[in-house]
Design a protein. Structure first.
Length: 262
């Protein structure tokens, strides 16, 4: 299989898991608070649905060999979704996610390997696997926002976790080093499912390194699923598995604050 295949399979699995719930949501549920503190359930679905519409358009243009859409296209989509009713947002989420997935799944092996997708805010085009992982991350985290609202033990979709785990990514733009209050530390992060060891350097800026440091001040041991939620601000005290262990001078509460937890 090409590099994009397993990502597309994970997208299908994660979408169907959430769609099964959305099909059953009544109006009261759609108006309920999601785990994303500023959005109700319908607003999360609207975010996912509008994103699916925009990505479908972006991918289709790339397939057709056409340039990206004009700069006002995205805003026009967001405006339309924001003015829709909660029920329309939920139904639109189902419609547009299915369209996006159908487009992904329709691509031949040759297309999956060859397509390059342009974004005005990126210095160079990206391949299909990278594009699909962008969608997988968005879908997986926001699916959790919906599901965990009624299930404190909810976890990220298992098929998505190994595709999303990046041990050397730039975290400087999502972290808040001021929350360290002048403390610095080097932590070895040990994950399970999949098993990885890498380094988290807590300073200004906060950085990740793909290998374990020769010397560290402590160790953070947790599942890869829990690590992804921590790094995305979704490992609150009431959402933290008992298996998470941290040694060293930095508390788990401080780590949550550094990653902007809610």
């Amino acid at each position: 299989m090409s590099n994009a295949d397993t990502v597309i399979i994970a997208l299908r699995s994660g979408y169907e898991r959430l769609a099964d719930l959305v099909d059953k949501f009544d109006d009261e549920t759609l108006a309920g608070q999601s785990a994303a503190t500023e959005w109700d359930i319908a607003q999360v679905l609207s975010h996912l649905g509008s994103g699916a519409e925009i990505m479908t358009n972006t991918l289709q243009l790339a397939v057709d060999g056409k340039p990206p859409a004009a700069g006002d296209f995205n805003q026009s989509v967001w405006d339309r979704w924001n003015s829709s009713s909660r029920r329309e947002q939920a139904e639109g989420f189902l419609e547009w996610n299915e369209k996006l997935l159908a487009l992904f799944e329709s691509l031949t092996e040759e297309q999956r390997d060859a397509i390059q997708i342009e974004f005005s805010w990126l210095p160079a085009p990206i391949d299909l696997a990278t594009f699909a992982r962008m969608r997988l991350s968005e879908l997986t985290y926001h699916s959790w926002d919906v599901r965990s609202a009624s299930d404190p033990a909810a976890t990220l979709d298992a098929a998505a976790v190994p595709e999303m785990l990046q041990t050397d990514r730039d975290v400087s733009w999502i972290t808040k080093p001021a929350e360290l209050n002048g403390q610095t530390a080097v932590l070895t992060v040990v994950t399970t499912d999949p098993a990885e060891e890498f380094t988290l350097r807590l300073a200004d800026p906060v950085t990740l390194e793909a290998t374990a440091a020769d010397e560290s001040d402590g160790t953070l041991t947790l599942s890869a699923e829990a690590w992804l939620r921590l790094a995305a601000g979704r490992l609150g005290p009431d959402r933290t598995p008992e298996s998470v262990e941290l040694t060293g001078p930095i508390s788990l509460d401080t780590l949550r604050s550094v990653f902007g937890g809610y």
